[in-house]
Unconditional design. Structure first.
Length: 115
């Protein structure tokens, strides 16, 4: 990251990284049925995912396995939602709770406890 001071302000000139896109914003992520769900890119391109849906049991929210990907998960369903990739292990986010999760390219792991 390159910073430049000009006229009393600090400006960000560039960011160098590992190719993981910086994502901001919030997406509504509704389970379309009472089954595991893999959302499209327009949803997982956002950092905060507001999870909704009428679920009768815990379900998996399947996200891409991208090293460094991080999401704020807000579980608004009536069941536990496990955030995971198509393979590997995941993190269960309890009903009506929020957690930050991160991917290491193989698994999702918890950054914060459910709050």
């Amino acid at each position: 990251m390159a910073l430049k001071a000009t006229g009393g302000a600090v400006l960000l000139e560039s960011i160098a990284g590992d190719g993981v896109a910086v994502s901001l914003g919030r997406a509504a992520c509704a389970f379309p049925s009472d089954a595991d769900f893999t959302p499209g890119a327009s949803i997982y391109a956002k950092r905060q995912l507001d999870i909704t849906g009428t679920l009768t049991a815990g379900r998996n929210l399947i996200l891409p396995l991208v090293d460094g990907a991080e999401f704020v998960i807000i579980n608004g369903t009536g069941q536990t939602v496990t955030v995971k990739g198509a393979t590997g292990s995941g993190i269960a986010v309890a009903t009506a709770k929020t957690a930050i999760v991160r991917c290491n390219g193989t698994n999702y792991y918890r950054v914060t406890a459910d709050v």
